[in-house]
Design a binder for this molecule. Structure first.
Ligand SMILES: Nc1nc2c(ncn2[C@@H]2O[C@H](COP(=O)(O)OP(=O)(O)OP(=O)(O)O)[C@@H](O)[C@H]2O)c(=O)[nH]1
Length: 620
């Protein structure tokens, strides 16, 4: 029900109530007035009858009383008039004329009580007012009642009963009330019409504002509200239009700016407001994501966070994260389906050793098998998920594909994946520079911990790693053998064949050392031609055997430098941590002392440190 109808109905209800009250009051007032007027008339007529009867008695013409009473009926409105005697008068003067009526119940009551009685009743469709008035004996006046009647003053002598029709009065009252009702009704109708006319612009403006708000809630801000008046209602329409234009322009601008960032625009029929909120929301989350990964310490943490985001924000369960090695010749699987992994689940593992088999790596473009089934031959889902499609996104670092995010989807998720792809690319664009920086930092850090010539870790690495190493040995209550190695008479190589020849010898030696130990052991270029090997979980005997094997291999090594072949030997000192010293660096020192012994005792040999080689008063 609109405002206009509501107000009209409300007004009609009030007008009807007022009218009803007015009619009721009017009818009551007219009835009261009619009765009061009839009462006055009957009392006056009663007095006239009394005076006339008194005169008739004095003049001795009381027998003409009935004729008088009949003449009275000629008075307009008077229907009947009769007089009855009280028992006291009957006692003195007899029952009276034959035509005299006997008192009825009301008259008897009036004569007994001395009080007049009035009543209204309907008779043959006429409204009759009846009044019965007692005549009471009084000594006032000349002549007075007591001069003829032998009764006490105050005695009821008789009663006169008159009836008169008040129908005429009632008709007049009804006609008046009808006139008032009609006038009030006409006035009320005019008022309602005027009110409706006044309310129509308010009601129509309100309806249009409501429609405009409804459309705005659905993302359409193009609705306009017509200005109908120049008052406040017109102002509301104008203000509403201004607000709608402002929102439309503002949201379009925000939408376009956001669309540039997300490469997504609201589709036709889509709620512009919701689409914009969704896009801004997504960008805000992406900004928080960027801040979080910038504060991450390592690449692994970034990949982990990206994986969590894919699961939580994008509701992905099946996906892979790959990283291309710096030399671009290998690819590493980092995370598969939310778990750290080093293998492939969704692709041919060949891509790990031959990255160019991966289409994204090769092209640097998004590869989408939803729109282009079979686009990448390296995509090989397992048999139990053969209906899956994939979309692979490159993360560009230093101008090339540095990492790859592969999203897998079941047929019923394809649309959803394509819808969220633009936002996912925002996340990946935010990730790219951060990952690039982390990779550069890691490679820079790696270069400071690695000897560039041999690729072995350097002394600085050992200094950083020693804490972890010692903690591991102590936790496992194990032993670590420390081998200190130094080429014999290496200076002669430089002096005789040049510095490059010396470098070649060092590189050859480094290769021999790397191949002689397990991957878990550490080979460190400790100084110029000095190397340190840490054999984890090795007893002294095992360490000695390995050292001896190294010595023999170096002795047998033929190093080709141009046209010449060089042969070198090596001396090795061994100490045990914590067997020889509970302090790691002192154990290193003891290995160095054993090496010194090997040099002193003829070189090309392995010497195990013994306590005798060290007197505690020597400087450490
Ligand atoms: N070519 C080359 N020479 C190096 C390198 N690092 C250290 N050297 C040289 O290695 C030589 C080490 O010689 P020394 O420590 O005197 O001893 P040595 O000649 O090996 O004799 P012993 O150790 O006593 O058997 C020095 O001449 C250094 O200049 C390097 O990276 N390349």
């Amino acid at each position: 029900m609109n405002l206009n109808t509501k107000v009209t109905l409300f007004f009609i209800a009030i007008a009807a109530t007022l009218l009803a009250v007015l009619v009721a009051i009017s009818l009551y007032a007219f009835r009261s007035f009619s009765i009061a007027s009839a009462t006055d008339h009957i009392q006056t007529a009663g007095e006239v009858v009394r005076v006339h009867l008194t005169e008739a008695m004095i003049n001795g013409v009381i027998d003409r009383r009935e004729s008088f009473l009949n003449r009275m009926l000629e008075v307009r409105g008077l229907r009947s008039a009769r007089v009855v005697r009280s028992p006291e008068v009957e006692r003195q003067f007899g029952a009276g004329l034959n035509v005299e009526s006997k008192p009825d119940t009301i008259e008897r009551q009036v004569m007994a009580g001395g009080k007049p009685s009035f009543e209204v009743y309907e008779e043959n469709g006429d409204t009759i007012f009846r009044g019965t008035i007692p005549y009471i004996a009084t000594s006032h006046g000349t002549p007075n009642c007591l001069q003829c009647h032998q009764v006490d003053e105050g005695t009821v002598l008789g009663a006169v009963t008159m009836t008169m029709s008040i129908d005429g009065l009632r008709q007049k009252a009804l006609a008046t009330v009808a006139g008032i009702t009609g006038a009030v009704t006409v006035f009320a109708i005019l008022l309602v019409l005027l009110l409706r006319r006044l309310l129509r612009p308010i009601s129509e403006t309100a309806t249009e504002v409501e429609l405009a708000v409804q459309r705005a809630l659905e993302g359409d801000f193009k609705a306009q509200v017509k200005q109908r008046t120049n008052d406040e209602i017109g102002q509301i329409a104008n203000d509403m239009n201004r607000l709608l234009r402002f929102l439309d322009t503002g949201l379009n601008r925000i939408g376009m700016s956001v669309a540039k960032l997300t490469e997504r625009t609201a589709t036709p029929g889509e709620n512009l407001l919701n689409a914009t909120i969704e896009m801004v929301d997504g960008l805000s989350k992406a900004a928080h994501f960027k801040q979080a990964i910038e504060e991450d310490e390592t690449k692994s943490e970034i990949y982990e966070r990206l994986s969590t985001t894919l699961m939580k924000e994008f509701e992905r369960k099946e996906f892979s994260l790959y990283e291309i090695a710096s030399n671009k010749k290998q690819m590493k699987s980092i995370i598969v389906d939310g778990q750290a992994a080093d293998g492939c689940r969704w692709c041919d593992p060949e891509i790990l050793v031959r990255p160019e088999a991966c289409r994204v790596r090769r092209t640097g473009h998004v590869v989408d098998s939803i729109d282009n089934p079979g686009i990448c031959y390296a995509f090989q889902p397992p048999p139990d998920a053969s209906d899956r499609r994939h979309v692979c996104f490159p993360i560009i670092q230093s101008g090339a594909v540095g990492s790859i995010v592969q999203i897998i989807c079941a047929p019923d998720e394809e649309k959803k994946l394509q819808e969220c792809a633009p936002l996912l690319q925002v996340y990946l664009r935010e990730t790219a520079p951060v990952l690039e920086t982390k990779r550069l930092m890691e490679s820079l850090r790696d270069s400071t911990l690695r000897d560039p010539m041999t690729g072995l870790n350097n002394r600085r690495f050992l200094e950083e790693y020693v804490e972890t190493l010692v903690a591991g040995v102590q936790r496992k209550r194990a032993h670590a053998a420390i081998l200190m190695l130094d080429l014999d008479y290496f200076k002669m190589v430089n002096d005789t064949h040049g510095h490059d020849a010396g470098d070649a010898v060092i590189k050859s030696l480094a290769n021999v050392l790397k191949q002689s130990v397990r991957a878990s052991d550490l080979v460190i270029r400790y100084g110029g031609e000095e190397f340190l090997i840490i054999l984890l979980d090795s007893s002294s005997e095992q360490a000695f055997q390995i050292a001896e094997k190294i010595r023999a291999e170096v002795e047998a090594l033929k190093i080709q430098i141009g046209s010449i072949v060089l042969k070198k030997t090596i001396s090795i000192g061994i100490a045990d941590f914590p067997g020889d010293s509970s302090t790691f660096w002192q154990a290193v020192k003891f290995a160095d002392i054993a090496l010194y012994q090997a040099k002193e005792t003829g070189r090309n040999r392995v010497i195990r440190f013994t306590k005798e080689m060290w007197s505690s008063d020597e400087d450490y």
